[in-house]
Design a protein around this ligand. Sequence first.
Ligand code: NAD
Ligand code: UDP
Length: 336
Amino acid sequence: MQILVTGGAGYIGSHTCICLLEQGHDVIVIDNLSNSHQQALSRVEKITGKKLTFYQEDILHQTVLERIFNTHTIDAVIHFAGLKAVGESTQIPLQYYHNNITGSLVLLEVMQQYQVKNLVFSSSATVYGDPKQLPITEDFPTSANNPYGRSKLLIEEVCRDIYHADPLWNIALLRYFNPIGAHHSGQIGEDPQGIPNNLLPYIAQVAVGKRESLSIFGNDYATCDGTGVRDYIHVMDLAEGHSKALDKLQTQPGLVVYNLGTGKGYSVLEVLHAFEQVAKKAIPYHIVARRAGDIAACYADPHLAKKELGWIAKRDLHDMVSDTWHWQIHNPQGYI
Ligand code: NAD
Ligand code: UDP
């Protein structure tokens, strides 16, 4: 199949491109490189020994999208492109709404125009807000308390409306839990700009000597050791989930929603200690106040994806932290 991957140069997109190329798909990437490097795609080609087509363009530009849909006979779209920093979204909400929501509307409009009705959309566990109980199943109530989360929820709702208006659409809304890790080659990985917001890149940068100490945001949560618990999932497992979702779309399921998580939660301290074992060094940390908006614990019930997609996360916490470390030591400055 010919798959258009928006945001394909980014962290999850680049890893997914590997799976798609290895499965024999033709991959067309559109990315404006606002949060990524073209080098990621060159490395994807090197890892797979296969070529992809890259457009350094913005999904907000309808005429550009039309040109791409005219040039290629696209079978399905995997839509990763978006801004993703929760904190930043509270400071520049309009940019988040414009990029994420308007960008998606333009993309959907062009898909409709060209009768391309197969879509996999990157949603997030953030749409569950502060869940009343755990683990989280797909039918839990959704909510959002920041512009980033609201943009994801709104796009989910737009997708539902499109499907209700025209049941020929097939849409998989994939709600990711906490993607970490890197391709085992150490060639591609997560390369955040500036100070990392997320736990794993921060730990990795402390371990490699780029930053002094990890700030742990609170140790007074009602969890095993007081630090926050999350469902970390290896980015290659997540990537494979997208291939499975594409296979599912071929069966014309209509609109489907899946959690992509492992079903297992780890605390900040557990992740830190796992990293220390792999890096064979102590990682300095200190406890600071809770981060605004954080919840105590969050982990998926991944059974629906297992049942309907035949997908399950295969890699464990050790694989996740060792692949992160492998990427970090081989690329201490990220892509340069
Ligand atoms: P990323 O920032 O690495 O990748 C997103 C890519 O989209 C980047 O390469 C960026 O340059 C590109 N992009 C942004 N706006 C664009 C536009 N208007 N036109 C073209 N390209 C544009 O992020 P990621 O971690 O790979 O996340 C991919 C998707 O998954 C995002 O939609 C994100 O919200 C979602 N998601 C991520 C996480 C996570 O923790 N990483 C969790 C849940 C959901
Ligand atoms: N965290 C932390 N220090 C950091 C970054 C994150 O203690 O520098 C904690 C955070 O409070 C949460 C967990 O690590 O409990 C995962 O945070 P991350 O930002 O990676 O993902 P989130 O689940 O918040 O999207």
